[in-house]
Design a protein around this ligand. Structure first.
Ligand code: ADP
Ligand code: MG
Ligand code: MG
Length: 252
C-alpha cells in the first residue's frame, strides 16, 4: 500500500515561518481531510510538497513510500506516484486536453511502455462519462476558456486518468455548484482503493457530505491541532473553530 509521510515539517515564505511542525501519514485506502481557517498554511503545505521554489523547507521530512520527496525533482514526485492538482499548468495554448493528459500519463511510464491510443481513448471516454463531461473537452485546449467549475472537473479527470498512488487536492470544491460538487465527489469516491491514498484540503465541510473521510484534521497556525473522524467535520460546520481555539488556548 502507498504511504505519504510528513514529519515535523517547517516551511517559510520570504523568511516568514508558515508551517510550524506539521505531521501526517496518509496510507492507501485512506481519505484524510484537512480543514482549517483561512491563512493557516493549508495551501502552503500543498505547495511545499509540490516543490514550489518560493516555499523554503527549513526542517522536517516528507516521503512517499519511504523515498525522500525533497530529494526529488517535481516530475520525479509525479513518477513516484504523487498527484497534486496544482502541479499541472493552468493553460497551455495549442495543446489539447487529451494530448496533455496522454503525455502526462506517458511521462510517468517507462519508455516503450506508453499507453496505447486505443486504451487511452477508451479510458478517457469512460472517465469523462463518470464526470459527465462533454466530449468536446477532449479536443479543447487545456483549460483555455474553461469555467472555474470545468477546471475543477478537469483536474479530477486528470486524477482519474493518471491514477496516482497518493493525491493531494487543495480546495477542489471552491467555486463549485452543488451538481458539479456531486460529480467531482463521485470521481474521487470511484478512486477509493487500497492502492490510493487521498488528502483533501478544504475550508468548507460541505464537500465531506459527499466524500466520507476516514480522518479529519484541523489545522491552525501551521500545524495539526486536532484529529478525529467525520464527526469532527460536522462539529466544525455547526460550531466553527472557536471551541478548538478555546480548548487549546489559542489566541487569534
Ligand atoms: P490557507 O491555504 O490555509 O488559507 P496559505 O497557505 O495560503 O493558507 O497561507 C498561509 C500564510 O502564508 C498566509 O499568511 C499567507 O499570506 C502567506 N502566504 C501564502 N502564500 C504566499 C506567498 N506566495 N508569498 C507570501 N506569503 C504567502
Ligand atoms: Mg487561503
Ligand atoms: Mg488555501
Amino acid at each position: 500500500r502507498p504511504s505519504l509521510k510528513v514529519e515535523d515539517l517547517r516551511v517559510s515564505i520570504e523568511g516568514k515561518e508558515i508551517l510550524k511542525g506539521f505531521g501526517i501519514e496518509v496510507k492507501g485506502g485512506e481519505i484524510h481531510a484537512i480543514m482549517g481557517p483561512n491563512g493557516t498554511g493549508k495551501s502552503t503545505l500543498a505547495s511545499a510538497l509540490m516543490g514550489h521554489p518560493k516555499f523554503e523547507v527549513t526542517e522536517g521530512k516528507a516521503s512517499i513510500d519511504g523515498e525522500d520527496l525533497f530529494e526529488m525533482e517535481v516530475d520525479e514526485r509525479a513518477r513516484a506516484g504523487l498527484f497534486l492538482a496544482m502541479q499541472y499548468p493552468s493553460e497551455i495554448s495549442g495543446v489539447t486536453n487529451a494530448d496533455f493528459i496522454r503525455s502526462a500519463i506517458n511521462a510517468n511510464r517507462e519508455e516503450g511502455d506508453e499507453i496505447s491510443l486505443m486504451k487511452f481513448i477508451r479510458k478517457m471516454d469512460e472517465k469523462m462519462g463518470t464526470l459527465e463531461m462533454d466530449d468536446s473537452f477532449q479536443h479543447r485546449y487545456l483549460n483555455e476558456g474553461f469555467s472555474g467549475g470545468e477546471k475543477k472537473r478537469n483536474e479530477i479527470l486528470q486524477l482519474m486518468m493518471l491514477q496516482p498512488r497518493i493525491a493531494i487536492l487543495d480546495e477542489i470544491d471552491s467555486g463549485l455548484d452543488i451538481d458539479a460538487l456531486k460529480v467531482v465527489s463521485k470521481g474521487i469516491n470511484e478512486m477509493r482503493s487500497d492502492d490510493f491514498g487521498c488528502l483533501i484540503i478544504t475550508h468548507y465541510q460541505r464537500l465531506l457530505n459527499y466524500i466520507k473521510p476516514d480522518f479529519v484534521h484541523v489545522m491552525m497556525q501551521g500545524r495539526i491541532v486536532k484529529s478525529g473522524g467525520p464527526e469532527l467535520a460536522e462539529r466544525l460546520e455547526a460550531e466553527g473553530y472557536d471551541w478548538i481555539k478555546e480548548e487549546l488556548g489559542i489566541e487569534d
